[in-house]
Design a protein around this ligand. Structure first.
Ligand code: BJW
Ligand code: ZN
Length: 262
């Protein structure tokens, strides 16, 4: 434990009354879900964000974009939450008030037992019509899994027949208003914010830890690498989420069992 978390960080977490856990792609990395910007493994190293994660990309080539998101959705369905996700859910049971605010479009927090994570960038599991915004069911599990790089024409909306789009937030799009408002409110009123596995480069989400810091909350960062959020963090725990978070929860409240080393 000693090299993973500090007693100072554990004491701060154990004493906090209102906690925000703010997560990014690094939270899911050890479940096998790739991040976006890591040097060797990030999605944006292999794929062009402008050709896949913008409204213009979907308008120009809906089958390319839909196929890529279906490939990712199927990969997430096969992934499992790790010990770090379970530790986040444990924080929700220990702290008097705690909420997860995530930039992730997977459902690993929910599957680990987190109650109602706020999804700032939408979800792979909530497709909607690109014209009338009616929710559309994700294709069922019996459909053929798209292989990487395969174009897959999107389904048509049952109401207006326009193409269905992934329910995620692309560059240049507004974040869901209710989620953003809830996130800002929680950040402004928390006394401790734990930021985990985010590069802190994408706005307005990156404002959330900054809001908490400005309002006087303690900020603890969990990330193996330095980020711009180092500047607002009171404590930097340099390590992977699946190891640091269980150790932090263990040191703060005495459970869950610390992960086996080696
Ligand atoms: C580990 C680990 C382990 C590894 N354990 N850690 C101000 C300045 C300049 C530009 C802008 C600005 N404000 C807004 C913009 C534009 C833009 C933006 O921010 N661009 C920047 C890139 C410069 N923002 C937008 O366009 C946003 N919309 C907007 O501003 O709308 C305005 C508007 C208002 C009103 C009307 C209309 C418009 C929308 C942003 C949407 C972002 N979408 C994506 C894709 C989602 C769908 C998908 O999944 O495909 O969201 S991009 C991608 O980045 C994804 C992520 O949620 C987001 C953040 O990435 P994240 O999570 O931080 O991941 P990484 O990979 O960057 O970092 C991983 C970290 O984990 C690293 O630090 C590792 O070290 C660490 N790590 N392993 C712990 N095991
Ligand atoms: Zn429609």
């Amino acid at each position: 434990m000693a090299e993973l978390v500090t007693t100072e960080a554990a004491a701060m977490l154990g004493q906090a009354r209102r906690v925000v856990v703010f997560t990014g792609a690094g939270m899911s990395a050890e479940s096998g879900v790739p991040t976006f910007r890591d040097a060797l493994t990030g999605l944006w190293q292999r794929y062009d964000a402008h050709a896949l994660a913008t409204p213009e990309a979907f308008r120009d080539d809906p089958a390319l974009v839909w196929g890529w998101y279906e490939w990712r959705r199927c990969a997430v369905r096969r992934a499992q939450p790790h010990e770090g996700h379970l530790a986040v859910a444990a924080i929700e049971t220990h702290a008097p008030h705690a909420v997860v605010i995530t930039q992730n479009v997977d459902d690993l927090h929910e599957r680990a037992g987190s109650k109602a994570p706020v999804h700032l960038h939408g979800s792979l599991f909530a497709p909607r019509c690109s014209a009338c915004a009616q929710p559309a069911p994700p294709p069922d599990g019996t459909a053929e899994e798209p292989i990487e790089g395969r174009r897959t024409p999107p389904p048509r909306c049952a109401h207006c027949a326009a193409p269905v789009r992934p329910g995620v937030v692309w560059f240049g799009e507004a974040l869901p208003q209710q989620a953003l408002e809830a996130a800002v409110e929680e950040a402004a009123s928390c006394d401790l914010l734990l930021t985990v596995g985010t590069s802190g480069l994408v706005y307005p989400a990156a404002e959330i830890p900054q809001v908490a810091a400005r309002m006087g909350a303690t900020v603890i960062q969990v990330n193996p690498q330095p980020t711009p959020l180092d500047a607002v963090s009171d404590v930097n725990l340099r390590g992977p989420a699946a190891r640091v978070l269980p150790a932090l929860v263990q040191a703060a409240w005495g459970d869950p069992e610390p992960p086996q080393s080696g």
